[in-house]
Design a binder for this molecule. Structure first.
Ligand code: SF4
Length: 444
C-alpha cells in the first residue's frame, strides 16, 4: 500500500496584525487535518494568500503577486492557490472570474471549512466560502506560531467591527463584532508563557469594546487585561487597536497600575478637524480626543502614544488639514502611520461622498504630515537619550551578529552589544545614541 503524500501549505500574509494572527489559526486548522506548514513557497503544494482590503494599495499588491503565482501554476498545474481574508470576502466570486487562477476563496469566518474546500479542489471543483458568522471566534483553536521569534506572540481576542467609519471596509469584510471567551484567552496566554514567550499582544479591531457576558458576570477589556497581566510579572502585555471613543479612564488606570502592561497606546485619530471626524463617523471630537491624550499623559508618565492619520478625505479643506497638523503637535505623537485617502467600494463614503481632493493636494498634505511626524518622532527619541529602559531581548540585530535588538515598554526598538543574556530575557539598557527609528545603547 502506498502512503498518501502529505500536502504542504505556504501562507503569505498581507495587512495588519489581525491577519498574521488569522494565518496562525489557518495553519493550526490545516495542521490538525494532516497538512504540513512550510516556510518555502517553492516547496508548497498549496499557496494561500491572506489578504487585506483596507486600502487600494493593499489589494494592488495582491493582484501583482497573483501574476507571479500564475507563472508558478504554469510550471506546476497541480499547485492549489487560495485567497483568504478581507479581499476574498469583498470580491467573492468576481475575483475567481477575473483571475481564472484561484482555486479557493475563503472569507475570514470560513477557515474551519478550508480542509473541505481543499477536498473540493482535489475533486476538480473550486472551493468558495465567504459566509460571515455572528459567533465565530476560533476560541478553541491553538494557533500554530508561524515564523515565530519564540519571544512575542499575537492573541486574537475579538473579531469584526460595527463602528462603520465611513471610509472603512472592515465592517463589511469582517462582519459583526464578537468577543472571545476570556477563559480561552487567558489559557492561551498562560500556555505561551509556559512555552517561553514573554510578550503577548491582544488583538481586535477595537479592543476597548471587548465584552463577554455569562450569567451575571461581564468581563470588559480592562478586566481581561488585568487578569492577563496578573499571570506573571515577566509576561509583557500589549494590545491593538483602540478606538478613542471607547478608551476609558478605567483602562488607563489599569495600564498605569501594572508594570508589565506596556506603556504604549495606539490611538488612531484620523483627522484633527471636527467637520472631517463627523464625516468619517468617528463619534468623537478633536477636543474629546485631546482630553484622552491629557488623561493618558497625567496617569501614565512616559507612555508612548501613536496614531493613524488619513489625509485628503472627502471635502477636506486647507483649514481642516492645518487642524490635523495642530493636533499632531499638541498630542506630540511618538509615532504615526499616515495615509492618503483612497476610496473603498461598498463603504458609506464611496456611496455618499465625492472623493474630491485632487491627487496632488493629497500628496502635498501627506508630505507635510510625514515631515511633521518625523520631527515629533525625532524629538521623542532625543528625550530618551541618557535614559535607562528595561528591554525584552527579541533576537540578533540585522546589522551585526555582535548585537541584539529588543523593545522597551514604549515599543521602541533598542540595539545594543550582546551580553550573556538570551532572547526572551530582560536587560536594562542605557541609551547612548539615537537615530530616526532606533535607540542605540549599552547594558547597565
Ligand atoms: S473602528 Fe472604524 S476604522 Fe476601525 S475597523 Fe472599525 S470601521 Fe474600520
Amino acid at each position: 500500500m502506498t502512503e498518501k503524500k502529505i500536502r504542504k501549505f505556504y501562507i503569505e500574509t498581507y495587512g495588519c496584525q489581525m491577519n498574521f494572527s488569522d494565518s496562525e489559526i489557518v495553519a493550526s486548522i490545516l495542521s490538525d487535518e494532516g497538512f504540513e506548514a512550510c516556510l518555502d513557497l517553492h516547496e508548497a503544494d498549496i499557496v494561500l494568500l491572506n489578504t487585506c482590503s483596507i486600502r487600494e494599495h493593499a489589494e494592488d499588491r495582491v493582484r501583482k503577486r497573483l501574476h507571479y503565482f500564475r507563472s508558478l501554476k504554469k510550471k506546476n498545474p497541480g499547485l492549489t492557490i487560495g485567497l483568504l481574508g478581507c479581499m476574498a470576502e469583498r470580491t467573492k466570486i468576481a475575483l475567481i472570474e477575473e483571475e481564472q487562477l484561484l482555486d479557493i476563496i475563503a472569507g475570514p469566518d470560513s477557515y474551519r471549512h478550508l480542509p473541505g474546500l481543499l477536498e473540493s479542489v482535489e475533486s476538480g471543483q473550486r472551493g468558495i466560502d465567504t459566509i460571515l458568522s455572528a459567533d465565530e471566534t476560533y476560541a478553541d483553536i491553538h494557533p500554530v506560531r508561524l515564523d515565530s521569534n519564540g519571544v512575542s506572540a499575537f492573541i486574537s481576542i475579538m473579531r469584526g467591527c460595527e463602528n462603520f467609519c465611513s471610509y472603512c471596509v472592515v465592517p463589511y469584510t469582517r462582519g459583526q463584532e464578537r468577543s472571545r471567551d476570556p477563559e480561552s484567552v487567558i489559557r492561551e496566554a498562560k500556555d505561551l508563557f509556559l512555552q517561553g514567550f514573554r510578550e503577548v499582544t491582544l488583538l481586535g479591531q477595537n479592543v476597548n469594546s471587548y465584552e463577554w457576558k455569562e450569567g451575571n458576570t461581564t468581563v470588559n477589556f480592562p478586566l481581561l487585561l488585568e487578569r492577563i497581566a496578573g499571570l506573571d510579572p515577566r509576561l509583557r502585555v500589549r494590545f491593538a487597536t483602540s478606538h478613542p471613543k471607547d478608551l476609558s479612564l478605567e483602562l488607563i488606570e489599569i495600564i498605569a497600575k501594572y508594570p508589565n502592561i506596556c506603556k504604549a497606546i495606539h490611538l488612531p485619530v484620523q483627522s484633527g478637524s471636527n467637520a472631517l471626524l463627523d464625516k468619517m463617523n468617528r463619534k468623537y471630537t478633536r477636543e474629546e480626543y485631546l482630553e484622552k491624550i491629557r488623561a493618558i499623559r497625567n496617569c501614565i508618565p512616559g507612555c508612548a502614544i501613536s496614531t493613524d492619520i488619513i489625509t485628503g478625505f472627502c471635502d477636506e479643506t486647507e483649514e481642516d488639514h492645518q487642524q490635523t497638523l495642530e493636533l499632531m503637535k499638541e498630542a506630540a505623537f511618538d509615532f504615526a502611520f499616515t495615509f492618503k485617502y483612497s476610496e473603498r467600494p461598498q463603504t458609506i463614503a464611496a456611496e455618499q461622498y465625492d472623493d474630491n481632493v485632487p491627487a496632488e493636494i493629497k500628496e502635498r498634505r501627506l508630505r507635510e504630515i510625514i515631515e511633521l511626524q518625523q520631527e515629533l518622532s525625532s524629538a521623542s527619541n532625543h528625550r530618551d537619550l541618557g535614559e535607562t529602559f528595561e528591554v525584552l531581548i527579541e533576537g540578533e540585530s540585522k546589522r551585526s551578529d555582535k548585537q541584539y535588538f529588543g523593545r522597551n515598554s514604549q515599543n521602541k526598538v533598542l540595539v545594543f552589544p550582546k551580553t550573556s543574556q538570551k532572547p526572551g530575557e530582560y536587560l536594562k539598557i542605557n541609551v547612548k545614541r539615537v537615530t530616526s527609528a532606533t535607540l542605540i545603547g549599552e547594558a547597565v
